[in-house]
Design a protein around this ligand. Sequence first.
Ligand SMILES: C[S@@+](CC[C@H](N)C(=O)[O-])C[C@H]1O[C@@H](n2cnc3c(N)ncnc32)[C@H](O)[C@@H]1O
Length: 260
Amino acid sequence: MKETRSRKRKREKHGKPQNMASASSKITKSSSNFLDKMRARLSGGHFRMINEKLYTCTGDEALDYFKEDPSLFDMYHTGYQEQMSHWPEQPVNIITQWLKARSSSLVVADFGCGDARLAKNVKNKVFSFDLVSNDPSVIACDMSNVCVTPLDASSIDVAVFCLSLMGTNFPSYLEEAHRVLKPSGWLLIAEVKSRLDPNTGGADPKMFSKAISDLGFTSTLKDFSNKMFVLLYFQKKEKETSTRKGIEWPELKPCLYKRR
Ligand SMILES: C[S@@+](CC[C@H](N)C(=O)[O-])C[C@H]1O[C@@H](n2cnc3c(N)ncnc32)[C@H](O)[C@@H]1O
């Protein structure tokens, strides 16, 4: 119901609120807004802390970290999805499209699968690996540990690393991919652009690509067109050429997210 002018004047003269119910509902709303903001800030802070930890430790340290408190994994992924919602395009969708354009008989290993979105969106057989398994389809392991990743040598057609080369020992993840891939099998890497952009303190993408080639791959695609991530695709060489020892891997800097 609309308030008449004279009533409004009277109310204002006596300094009374329009009605107590709506005033208290405004207070409740603004305090719950405040609490929501505080919660979001807190969980954003937790996300950034866990994210930094994952980029500055080895895979087995990260595994222990989540084993001690598996709830940190959900906290990380809630924050990660929030960050991703600001990206115009998600690399996992591009990789999904790549797979959909090929035979669904290709067997895939998704290293650092997160919520296993890739497996959920293609018909292929996908082995999904991550440090914690919140889904029966996800195998919990440190993907650098060849004894734990339950895949035979030369058994996989496509190995995917979508923003998952996080640990300081990331070369060992790629070595594991090399082991499990069939000759001519595909290695698909999506990585945060700033990590491979020398203009922003990132690694030289040529050096990164060269190290992967030295491991026993041929580069087939380098796509720097997206603002947020780069795509680097390779195929495993038919013949074993790598000695692994002399490979010069560049350092990949952590991708630290800013407070929004
Ligand atoms: C940035 S998220 C990306 C998730 C997913 N690939 C996507 O594109 O949505 C990276 C994932 O890699 C996982 N990860 C990092 N290091 C790992 C390791 N050593 N072994 C297994 N998973 C790892 C993290 O737990 C995290 O879920």
